[in-house]
Design a protein around this ligand. Structure first.
Ligand SMILES: NC(=O)c1ccc[n+]([C@@H]2O[C@H](COP(=O)([O-])OP(=O)(O)OC[C@H]3O[C@@H](n4cnc5c(N)ncnc54)[C@H](OP(=O)(O)O)[C@@H]3O)[C@@H](O)[C@H]2O)c1
Length: 284
């Protein structure tokens, strides 16, 4: 495939990881973030894409503060929903592929087997509703990929791993972590590689992409504590013990069979991704 890849939300966890993959592969790319390109601005988005005539636009920009979305649903819908329509229209004008990142939060999270791409959606939060609108608008791009991921952590990001690390650094000897929500922790570096391979494969449509295996937030925290060599105790607690503005899916394990068949490989196990993330020096 010839032509550059444009990356929105380029300062975010996934945006940075994708830029690193592009650089490693010698792929021409240009990243923009809120300081240089607000995806809500239809005219600026149209001009940028028309001038660059890219092969692909990878939309990593999003309003990702899940609890804040509850009291700012209009803003969440503008960024995570409506703006995706601007990107899709601009991609259609130059024949570019639109890659839209989405989330396990589009599902209700009330079942007991992993969600497949064509399972019914049923978001329980403003964030989930806004991301579902983004999916719908991404599908108006003649060439599109909708990639649903979950429990993402990446370099220099605000994420669960860093939250646990910070608690340990502040001397906490006992952490209380929710043990009744199950999902798939996913390392942005692994996701970025899978997205690049998906684009290069020429595939289209909707894909689930998470690291292999699943756990609870408690299990995730226990593994972080273990890998950091801490003796802190990790106490399992229920979701009810931590009331939050936005409802979280109790079960949001994603079935990645379609991705595995398309790429000929699964993403690495979540424990393996976490180990590589923690082994890298901060800021690398
Ligand atoms: N993080 C997760 O656990 C998770 C799980 C499932 C799916 N996802 C999806 O995966 C994608 C990447 O997530 P991530 O964790 O890499 O996100 P992130 O680290 O929060 O990065 C998102 C970036 O988008 C920027 N942004 C916000 N509003 C914008 C706008 N109007 N125009 C342009 N840029 C804007 C943000 O800037 P500011 O920081 O200045 O706001 C930030 O740099 C998103 O689509 C997200 O919904 C994430």
């Amino acid at each position: 495939m010839t032509g550059a890849w444009l990356i929105t939300g380029a300062h975010g966890q996934l945006g940075r990881a994708l830029a690193a993959v592009c650089a490693a592969r010698g792929r021409e790319h240009e990243g923009r973030d809120l300081d240089t390109l607000d995806i809500r601005d239809r005219g600026v988005v149209a001009d940028w894409i028309a001038a660059a005539r890219p092969a692909a636009v990878i939309n990593c920009a999003a309003f990702t503060a899940v609890d804040d979305c509850e009291r700012a649903e209009e803003m969440a819908t503008a960024v995570n929903g409506t703006a995706v329509g601007h990107l899709a229209a601009a991609c259609n004008r130059v024949g570019a592929l639109l890659v839209q990142l989405s989330t396990d939060y589009v599902f209700a999270g009330d079942r007991d087997r992993p969600y497949r791409e064509d399972d019914p959606t049923g978001p329980r939060s403003a964030y989930g509703r806004s991301k579902l609108r983004g999916e719908e608008l991404a599908r108006t791009a003649e060439r599109h990929l909708v990639v649903r991921t979950a429990w993402l952590y990446g370099r220099d990001g605000r994420n669960f791993v860093e939250a646990i690390r910070a608690q340990l650094a502040s001397g906490a000897a006992r952490l209380r972590v929710v043990a009744d929500q199950r999902g798939c922790p996913t390392f942005a570096d692994d996701l970025a590689l899978a997205i690049a391979d998906l684009i290069e494969s020429g595939a289209g449509g909707t894909f689930h992409a998470v690291n292999a295996g699943d756990t609870t937030w408690h299990g995730f925290a226990a593994e972080i504590v273990r890998l950091l060599g801490s003796a802190a105790e990790v106490e399992p607690v229920s979701t009810a013990a931590f009331p939050r503005p936005a409802a979280r899916p109790a079960f949001s394990v994603l079935d990645c069979t379609r991705l595995r068949q398309t790429l000929g490989r699964p993403l690495p196990a979540w424990e393996d991704g976490l180990r590589r993330y923690l082994e890298a020096p901060c800021g690398s």
